[in-house]
Design a protein around this ligand. Structure first.
Ligand code: ADP
Length: 209
């Protein structure tokens, strides 16, 4: 199995498909969004910043990545939400070289804006483990109403899952993250998948890894 970079606009379903790869294939998921939200529980300034939908600094992300990757030796992992800028991609490759790991494949989940908004407005998440559920998609509902399948916590809305903040996240994505599509395409590392539903997306990814 190969390591995976998931590249996608906000709310395209990176976390959901990562969850499937984790439970079925033993991948380790590294979600920078989840790590930052956990840090924000004790960091008021970061908590306020995340509500704006803007990207945090490359430096902060690379520190997180460095720390986490050091614990993942010999494991297959999924990067969910990182790299998100070309600079992060370059720095990640240097880091992977240092650690002697292969960056593997890049999966670009392509989802139209209208569908992203629908997903944002119906998403509920676990504040503890970050697992994500949907209020409308029958495939993505928790077993027990409003309760996380894994930690029994009450599910909540993410503070940045509003239509207004979504527009800012999408603008950040277009300006800073979308250039990575070309970056990885030119280097023959990218596979584009139309992410219509989680199971289909999972099966298509399995073919690549
Ligand atoms: P999304 O659901 O939009 O993909 P994430 O949960 O991945 O969101 O990230 C939430 C927020 O965390 C982002 O809006 C951004 O502020 C910050 N963040 C996460 N990953 C990165 C990254 N690689 N670079 C910069 N900021 C990041």
């Amino acid at each position: 199995m190969k390591n995976i970079i998931l590249l996608a606009p906000p709310a395209a379903g990176k976390g959901t498909v990562a969850e499937l790869l984790k439970s079925r294939d033993g991948y380790v998921q590294l979600s920078t969004g989840n790590v930052l939200r956990e840090m924000a529980q004790t960091d008021k300034q970061l908590n306020e910043y995340l509500k704006t939908g803007k990207l945090v600094s490359d430096q902060m992300i690379m520190e997180i990545l460095k720390q986490k990757l050091a614990t993942l030796k010999d494991k297959n992992y999924i990067l969910d939400g990182v790299p998100r800028t070309v600079n992060q991609a370059v720095l990640y490759e240097e880091l992977a070289d240092e650690l002697g790991t292969d960056i593997g494949v890049v999966i670009y989940l392509n989802v139209p804006k209208k569908e992203l908004i629908r997903r944002i407005e119906s998403r509920i998440v676990c504040p503890s483990c970050g697992a994500s559920y949907s209020l409308i998609n029958p495939e993505l509902q928790p077993k027990k109403e409003n309760t996380c399948d894994y930690c029994d916590n009450e599910l909540i809305r993410r503070k940045d899952d509003t239509k207004e903040v979504f527009e800012e996240r999408l603008a950040e994505y277009k300006a800073k993250t979308a250039p990575l599509i070309q970056y990885y395409k030119y280097r023959n590392l990218l596979t584009e998948i139309k992410a219509n539903n989680p199971e289909e997306t999972y099966q298509l990814i399995k073919k690549v890894i």
